[in-house]
Design a protein around this ligand. Structure first.
Ligand code: NAP
Length: 498
């Protein structure tokens, strides 16, 4: 089926508007079947150098194109994505494994981002403000940074790329993009869309290859002025240290250990639906996946029962079959990590209520499948309640009060997303104030971000920047303060003020 959707057997880099020759390559396998879908280049630091050289030239001209005209290209990108939505979604399921319904949602997120950021072409607001001296004008404007590097993970191969590349483009930057080696097809397809939408050559360049070679070369390249990274905490930390040495701006979006709080007055059916969707959707491989449930002890038994009942409806299998609700894990390493945490949970004394095993026979042969898993009687200091597992595993922790629920939620090193189910409006407002996460949901699960709001987290999830929303522009622009003195004489700030 892949070959009917994708003619190419080998993808190639997109540099200066041209499709380069592929050198050494590596296979990309469908996690649902183990079959090779396509081959992807393993580029070198030289390819990065070449891409940066052309990007530098292209950026100078691109920055002079009026922003509303830059935005017109994004409108065309969004339109082409609409026309290709179904094809892109099927290819996304083949390279990443997520079920088709979720793949369509992810492509839609990219479409939404295209139109939202295209709208920024007529905003990109700065500020005007009074100057402290007479006959003097003051304003701040956004200026592009130059050549920016974006490094993306496999779990949202198109949405995250659009969160980063679209604001960068509309703000007048040129982009070097290194997608995850596991999921290169979306990058290839998006590059084709940029080309067809009329983006000038060199404004976006896609360099495929490993993080340790291509990603590292980008991080160290002196002419890449910003690195915008989404991925694991370990990789993010090492990138931040390297960027720090070079005084290079770096935006990091990393892991999570997100919790759903269920209070004693919650609608338990709604809470169970929210938990199932947030914990087992995308097989738990979302940065916002719910991996902890913090439940008031008065409703713990009822909630467990509801979860166990609803879990029986979760068909597991190839995401292209629309009856399936839970797809595969990305690869063997991902599966092994989940299995390791199942053993850790058991050793720590957590009680396994459901799942906890790999699926290998029959239709599962060749793929990487893991049964949705529910641990209960977990305590908040256990490793399964502290560390990111990145699989369909819930740790259920019971608490005695609202205050304890907030404390448990905040007692992890991450701070991406949190959620509370309650009918008490006072608790709702206290929770949104006290939950130490970048995203808070009330009476909904931990996932479901909309593109016009800032996305990112506190503590170990990031370093204070945000993807998406108007806030994303802060990553890809420099603030410039401009003073125009039209008094015709020397006026000294702070000194010549009466
Ligand atoms: P990862 O292993 O850190 O990889 C992310 C990207 O970084 C890939 O493109 C990878 O390249 C590249 N990379 C690896 N080593 C590098 C290095 N030394 N220098 C430069 N780049 C390097 O993460 P992942 O396993 O793909 O993604 C899962 C993680 O992402 C989870 O922790 C999840 O929570 C997080 N995530 C966070 C958000 C958020 O917005 N907060 C959203 C989605 C995912 P190769 O893989 O090609 O080698």
């Amino acid at each position: 089926m892949t070959q009917t959707l994708l003619q190419e057997k080998t993808l190639t880099n997109f540099i200066d508007g041209k499709w380069a020759e592929a050198g050494e390559t590596t296979p990309v396998n469908n996690p649902a079947t183990g079959e090779t879908v396509v081959h992807v280049p393993l580029s070198t630091a030289k390819d990065v150098d070449q891409a940066v050289d052309v990007a530098k030239k292209a950026q100078k001209e691109w920055a002079r194109v009026p922003a509303p005209q830059r935005a017109d290209v994004l409108y065309r990108v969004g339109q082409l994505m609409i026309e290709r939505k179904e094809r892109l979604s099927q290819l996304l399921t083949m390279e990443n494994g997520k079920v088709l319904e979720e793949a369509r949602g992810e492509v839609q997120e990219g479409i939404d981002m295209a139109f939202y950021m295209a709208g920024e072409g007529r905003r990109l607001f700065g500020h005007t403000t009074p100057a402290e001296l007479d006959n003097k004008f003051a304003m701040s404007v956004r200026a592009p940074v130059g050549v920016v590097g974006i490094i993306t993970p496999w779990n949202f191969p198109i949405a995250i790329a659009t969160w980063k590349s679209f604001p960068a483009i509309v703000a007048g930057n040129a982009v070097i993009w290194k997608p995850a080696t596991e999921t290169p097809i979306m990058a290839y397809e998006l590059a084709k869309i940029f080309e067809e939408a009329g983006l000038p050559s060199g404004v976006v360049n896609v360099v495929f290859g490993s993080g340790s070679t291509v990603g590292d070369a980008m991080v160290h390249h002196k002419d890449i002025r910003v690195i915008s990274f989404t991925g694991s905490n370990d990789t993010g930390r090492s990138i931040a240290a390297k960027c720090g040495e070079q005084l290079k701006k770096v935006s990091l979006e990393m892991g999570g250990k997100n919790a759903v709080i269920v209070m004693d007055d919650a609608d338990l059916d709604l809470a169970a639906d929210g938990i199932i969707w947030s914990a087992y959707g995308t097989s738990g491989q979302r940065c916002t996946a719910a991996s902890r449930v913090i439940v008031h002890q008065a409703v713990k038994a009822q909630l467990e029962e509801k979860l166990l009942t609803k879990m029986q409806d979760l068909n597991i299998g190839n995401g292209l079959d629309e009856t399936n609700k839970v797809g595969p894990i990305i690869n063997k390493a991902g599966l092994d990590k989940i299995k390791k945490y199942i053993d850790i949970g058991k050793d720590e004394g957590a009680e396994l209520l459901a799942g906890g095993y790999e699926l290998t026979d029959g239709d599962y042969k060749g793929g990487f499948y893991f049964a949705p898993t529910l641990f209960t009687n977990v305590t908040s200091e256990m490793r399964i309640a502290q560390e990111e597992i990145f699989g369909p595993v819930i740790s259920l922790i019971s608490v005695e009060s609202f205050e304890e629920a907030i404390e448990v939620n905040n007692g992890v090193s991450y701070g991406l997303s949190s959620s509370i189910f309650t009918a008490d409006v006072n608790r709702v407002f206290r929770a949104q104030r006290d939950l130490d996460t970048g995203i808070v949901y009330v009476n909904a699960g931990t996932t479901g971000a909309e593109i016009h709001l800032p996305f990112g987290g506190t503590k170990g999830t990031g370093n204070g920047h945000r993807d998406s929303g108007v806030q994303a522009l802060d990553v890809f622009t420099e603030w410039k303060a401009v003073y125009v003195d039209y008094s015709g004489k020397l006026q000294r700030a702070q000194i010549d003020v009466e």
